[in-house]
Structures are given as structure tokens and as C-alpha cells.
Design a protein around this ligand. Structure first.
Ligand code: SAM
Length: 414
């Protein structure tokens, strides 16, 4: 089918359950995105996955790896896809560019959102993946999506300008082409590779760009000639992995062995539930130069199962490093105790465990008493050499742009 309308509403139970859960977990808000999620059958874009995985809200599906086993392409988890679509605010009739076609699933959702009067162009740097996406889109009835093989860092000159550009791979810097190919009033949604990765939706304000929303995310990096790759630092042979985006020296050998050193646990008195609020904490930690070696840390399944490490968010949570010492956040249940699920502890391993745990706990307490719930944040992206001055705290300096975090108090701290 190629009529520009959605091919239909799936009657599959896991599909319906996915949409329900996305709503229950406050990821899905708008009726437009909901209709698109109902219309596009994700399993048609990931035929290698079980139905359970195809419709797993937090499940990404790998579709291509390199010889060393690193993921080259995947279908992002529905939670991430939905959150970015909500950020994008795509409307009927929009022209949309996606960078990173992957399976084609997100392009199909975008096509449902823009409708027959709009246009979706998706660019994929991997030739095989691009061909697969094109075939899947055609087979599922979305043949009007334009699939291009090429380096999406250059955008799609000649096919724009675009009302929305969605980048679905992690960007270390913002490409000029993306900003230039946006129509007036347009919005760029891009996962930023930072100490704590955030997908930001940017809109133009004079000479700079301001985020209208941010969401925690994790993405395969944008690749291509000259592209920068993140550094992965292993702790304890897969027990923990730190993902570093900066060039600061790191004691990789010391960190590798630090689980053999002393362990310290510091209770913070800070209580955080499952709801919103975490993201503001992450951004605050990232923006505070006193936060020791802040980064995202994930944990290996075996190490968690055997209790070697007990992080609150094994899939990727706040981590800290200093010299040959690492720290992460935990709670009482994670530490094997009963009760309080919400009070946060800092667990540190290595020669400087007590000092690092104390310092991280102090940062959390300061956030809790001074900043928490007392303001809103946004990001500012300033092209280098532009006339506008950066306000807020600089969180990343790249070749083309400077990124800062700006806090706006909403209540008096009296
Ligand atoms: C997480 S996947 C995208 C998922 C996809 N949107 C979907 O719905 O399945 C990221 C994709 O970006 C592609 N990619 C990485 N660098 C790129 C570049 N410079 N230009 C275009 N695509 C790129 C990767 O090959 C990979 O397929």
C-alpha cells in the first residue's frame, strides 16, 4: 500500500501492550504519536527478533555488528523512539529528514505523522542497512519514504529545507548542514554525546539555538571519515564499563583493578523516586565542575547477579571516577537490604573509595537542598564565532559549537 495513509492498526497483543506501557510510563503523550505507534508494526522492521523483543518497550534490536562484535546498526528501543518523536512535534504536511535509517521503523512512524501532504527523507551511511530499510519500508506500505545511502552529516542538500531534522545516532558535534537545512521555525532533535547523553530538541533564537526539551538517551555514534569514537573503560573485566566522551587522562589500568581495593558506602539522605527529576540531577552533576569524573556507567549481568557491583541502574546510570577509584549510585534493595527503595547511596571501589563516596554524596546533598525542584533547565548551543554570548555553565566545547546549561529559578530559594 502506498496511499500515504497508515497501513492499518495492528491487532497483535504485544503491539497493543507496547503502546499501553509507553503511556503508563509517561513516555507517550500525544494522540498523533500514539496513532503512528499503533499503525506501524515494528516486527516487520525487525524480523530477526521474537515478537516479545520486537514490542519490548525498552528493547533495542541489533541488526548489524562489525567483526569485533560492536553494534553498527540497531532499531532503537520504542521508549527512545517515542520520546524523540514527542520532542520533535512533527505535524501533518511537514518535510522531515532523518539521519540514520537503520531498520526504517522510525521513518515509517514519521511518515504516519506527516501524512500524504508531507515528506520523509531518511539517510543511512551503511549501504546494506540502507537497502534493508528501503525494502522493509516498501514491504510495509511506506514506499513513499525516500531512502538515501550516504553520509547524513551533510544532511540532504537539494531535498530540504526541512521542518524537522531527527538524528538517530549520537552526535559529538552539531553539523552545520543540519542547521542550514532547517526551515525557519524548524526544530532539530539530536542525541548529544556528553558525559550524560541527552537528546535535545533545538530551536533557533537569533544567532544561537535553545533546547525546548531534553531526554536521557543512548545511541550508536554518528560514524564516517574523521568521526570521533567514545572511549570505553573496563572495570573488573566487564563488571562495570565507563563510557568517556572527553579527552581527560584516565587511569585505565588502575580502574580495571579497582574492585580488588577497598569499598565504601555512603548514604546520602537524598530520596528519588521513579518519576521525573533524575534528568535534572544528571544535568546538574554534568554542569557542576566540582563533580568528580562524572560519566555514564553500565554494569555486566554476571557481576550484578553475583553482587560484585550493585548499581541502581545496571543498564546505564550515573558514574564517577577519580584516579584508580570508581563510584556509582545504589539503594538499599540493590545493596541486598530490605526497605527503602528511594534513598540513594554512593558506592565506591578503590584506594580512594571513602573520599570519592563522600565527595559524590556531598554533590547529591547540595543538589537536593539547593537546586532540586527550584528551577527549570535548558541547553544553549552557540556556534563558535557567533555574536551571542554563552549564558549558563559550559558543559561541552566542540570544534563548531559551545554547549551550555542554563538554570532558570522558578521559585524563591528563601
Ligand atoms: C540507532 S540506529 C538508527 C535507528 C533507526 N532510526 C530505526 O528506526 O531503526 C543508527 C543508525 O545510524 C547510522 N549512521 C551512523 N552514522 C551515520 C551517518 N554519518 N550518516 C547516516 N547514517 C549514519 C548507523 O549506520 C545506524 O544504522
Amino acid at each position: 500500500m502506498d496511499s500515504g495513509t497508515a497501513p492499518g492498526v495492528s491487532t497483535l497483543e504485544p503491539h497493543e501492550a507496547m503502546v499501553t506501557l509507553l503511556r503508563q510510563h509517561h513516555v507517550l503523550h500525544s494522540p498523533q504519536v500514539e496513532a503512528a505507534l499503533r499503525a506501524v508494526e515494528r516486527h516487520r522492521f525487525v524480523p530477526e527478533a521474537t515478537l516479545e523483543d520486537a514490542y519490548g518497550v525498552y528493547t533495542s534490536v541489533t541488526i548489524k555488528r562489525d567483526a569485533a562484535g560492536s553494534v553498527l546498526s540497531s532499531a532503537s528501543a520504542p521508549q527512545v523512539v517515542t520520546a524523540m518523536l514527542e520532542q520533535a512535534g512533527v505535524q501533518r504536511g511537514h518535510r522531515v529528514l532523518e539521519v540514520g535509517a537503520g531498520t526504517g521503523y522510525n521513518a515509517a512512524l514519521l511518515y504516519c505523522l506527516v501524512g500524504p501532504a508531507g515528506q520523509v527523507v531518511t539517510i543511512e551511511s551503511d549501504r546494506d542497512v540502507a537497502a534493508r530499510a528501503e525494502a522493509a519500508l516498501r514491504a510495509a506500505g511506506y514506499g513513499r519514504v525516500v531512502v538515501r545511502h550516504g553520509d547524513g552529516r551533510a544532511g540532504a542538500a537539494g531535498l530540504g529545507p526541512f521542518d524537522r531534522i531527527l538524528v538517530t545516532a549520537g552526535a559529538f558535534d552539531i553539523e552545520e548542514a543540519w542547521l542550514h537545512q532547517l526551515a525557519p521555525g524548524g526544530r532539530l532533535v539530536v542525541p548529544l554525546r556528553l558525559a550524560w547523553p541527552l537528546a535535545a530538541a533545538f530551536e533557533r533564537r537569533r544567532e544561537h539555538w535553545v533546547s525546548v526539551s531534553t531526554e536521557t538517551c543512548g545511541f550508536i555514534p554518528v560514524t564516517g571519515p574523521g568521526a570521533r569514537v567514545p572511549r570505553a573503560v573496563d572495570v573488573g573485566g566487564g563488571a562495570l564499563v565507563l563510557r568517556l566522551e572527553d579527552d581527560r587522562p584516565v587511569d585505565a589500568a588502575g580502574l580495571h583493578d579497582c574492585l580488588k581495593g577497598p569499598r565504601a558506602v555512603e548514604w546520602t539522605g537524598v530520596r528519588v523516586d521513579d518519576g521525573p527529576g533524575w534528568e535534572a540531577l544528571h544535568l546538574w552533576l554534568m554542569a557542576d565542575p566540582r563533580t568528580p569524573g562524572f560519566t555514564k556507567v553500565s554494569a555486566g549481568q554476571d557481576a550484578v547477579a553475583s553482587g560484585v557491583v550493585q548499581p541502581l541502574m545496571p543498564w546505564g546510570g550515573p558514574g564517577f571516577h577519580r584516579g584508580a577509584t570508581v563510584a556509582y549510585l545504589a539503594n538499599r534493595r540493590g545493596l541486598g537490604g530490605e526497605g527503602d527503595r528511594f534513598e540513594i547511596a554512593v558506592v565506591a571501589h578503590g584506594s580512594g573509595a571513602t573520599a570519592l563516596a563522600d565527595d559524590v554524596a556531598a554533590r547529591l546533598r547540595e543538589w537536593n537542598t539547593t537546586w532540586r525542584g527550584r528551577g527549570a533547565h535548558h541547553l544553549e548551543l552557540h556556534p563558535r564565532g557567533s555574536g551571542d554570548t554563552t549564558s549558563g555553565t559550559v558543559i561541552a566545547e566542540r570544534d563548531r559549537h559551545i554547549l551550555s546549561a542554563v538554570w532558570t529559578p522558578t521559585t524563591s530559594a528563601a
